[in-house]
Design a protein around this ligand. Structure first.
Ligand code: FES
Length: 118
């Protein structure tokens, strides 16, 4: 594992999020009630930003564009492109189903560290 400093932990209060650039990658850091996630800030459907995606009570993030839903812990697809109705199904076929990039995190010396090597 290769841990890289991403952000001071006190810059990410509970239930907030922040986009950081790490090794040419746009990452979305989320602090969900004390659990810190690092995910690609780019939806794998049409490469649009996930920053404003809604987090569900069961630990998923929903893309604000066509509402694909991804597990925050694994990146697995729960729902692929259901929106808008009917058109979403067509848009979903433009790009085949892909998992979201998720990366391990840990906090050390008041810093959030992310491992991009996975
Ligand atoms: S860009 Fe995210 S679901 Fe289409």
């Amino acid at each position: 594992m290769v841990w890289i400093k991403a952000l001071a932990v006190n810059a990410l209060a509970p239930n907030t999020r922040q986009v950081v650039k790490l090794e040419e990658r746009s990452l979305l850091l989320l602090n969900e009630s004390g659990t810190i996630y690092a995910i690609d800030n780019i939806c794998p459907h049409l490469k649009l930003p996930l920053k404003k995606g809604k987090v569900t009570p069961d630990g998923s993030i929903v893309c604000p564009w066509h509402r694909s839903e991804f597990d925050l812990a694994t990146g697995n697809v729960k729902t692929w492109c259901p929106f808008p109705p009917v058109v979403g199904n067509v848009l979903g076929k433009i790009s085949s189903e892909k998992t979201l990039g998720v990366f391990p995190t840990k906090v050390e010396d008041e810093q959030i560290l992310v491992d991009l090597s996975v």
